[in-house]
Design a protein around this ligand. Structure first.
Ligand code: PXP
Length: 255
């Protein structure tokens, strides 16, 4: 793999949110996945929530059958979701915390505190050949705990950085430094590192510039932008911003 190439996983959950607002088939998240592929996405991400508020079981079945890109299934560590993952065998599964009352995945998974609960899920997914990632805060304790569980990948939650970037530049710099330190730590202990949550055209650059990150997963902003200029154009622009930031940071390091 080209170490400079930063993969883009497009999360299509909110195409399903809009579809479900009316109960019919439109807009179709599988069609969105095809457009994301044409526009340069490297993977498709979908979160099958326990309450099925956006993506449905049938969406997962169709994504698995109809798209060529690797599918990353975001899931809670429950027996129901594990059975679905083992049935459909997505390329990857990202274990996320899930609370019914939350609007989105509001924080990372407490892997350090949940070792005994999480262990059998990570083991079963590993055994099935599904690449497991743990969605965690950029915290060395959670990174160590993910490695101890045998997960080959961690996805760092970028929500605190993105939130601060809107109104508190000092705090945004602090959160970015926390991400940089966490990414460096994952490389030292040989974990693949992904990142995502809340990323926009304005916030993606500094995250994409962190050299150890292999993949970003981006959803809500891209689907929102698609309302104004189309999904193809939103994905292309995000892809271009990521590539530019990555090229500039690797150029600066080798200069
Ligand atoms: N990564 C994970 C693990 C997530 O749960 C989400 C949200 O579903 C994202 C990335 C994407 O976040 P956003 O939709 O804010 O871009």
């Amino acid at each position: 793999m080209n170490p400079r190439h930063l993969r883009l996983g497009v999360n299509i959950d909110h195409v399903a949110t809009i579809r479900n607002a009316r109960g019919g088939p439109h807009p179709d998240p599988v069609r969105a996945a095809h457009i994301a592929e044409e526009a340069g996405a490297d993977g498709i991400t979908a979160h099958l929530r326990e309450d099925r508020r956006h993506i449905t079981d049938r969406d997962i079945e169709r994504l698995r059958r109809e798209i060529k890109l690797p599918l990353n299934l975001e899931m809670a560590a429950t027996d129901e979701m594990l059975a679905i993952a083992l049935k459909h065998k997505p390329h990857a599964a990202c274990l996320v915390p899930e609370k019914r009352e939350e609007r989105t995945t509001e924080g990372g998974l407490d892997v350090a505190g949940g070792h005994n609960h999480l262990q059998p899920y990570v083991a079963a997914l590993n055994l099935a050949g599904i690449r497991v990632s743990m969605f965690i805060e950029p915290d060395p304790r959670q990174i160590d705990a993910s490695r101890a569980l045998g997960a080959p990948v961690v996805e760092l939650h970028t929500g605190a950085y993105c939130h601060a970037a809107l109104e508190a530049p000092g705090e945004a710099r602090r959160q970015l430094a926390r991400l940089v330190a966490a990414v460096e730590y994952t490389a030292r202990i040989d974990l693949e590192c992904h990142a995502g949550h809340g990323l926009t055209f304005d916030t993606v650059g500094p995250v994409a510039a962190i050299p150890g990150i292999a993949e970003l997963n981006i959803g809500h902003f891209l689907i929102g932008e698609a309302v104004f200029g189309g999904l193809n154009s939103a994905v292309r622009r995000m892809r271009a911003l990521m590539d530019k930031a990555r090229a500039e940071s690797s150029g600066a390091r080798s200069a």
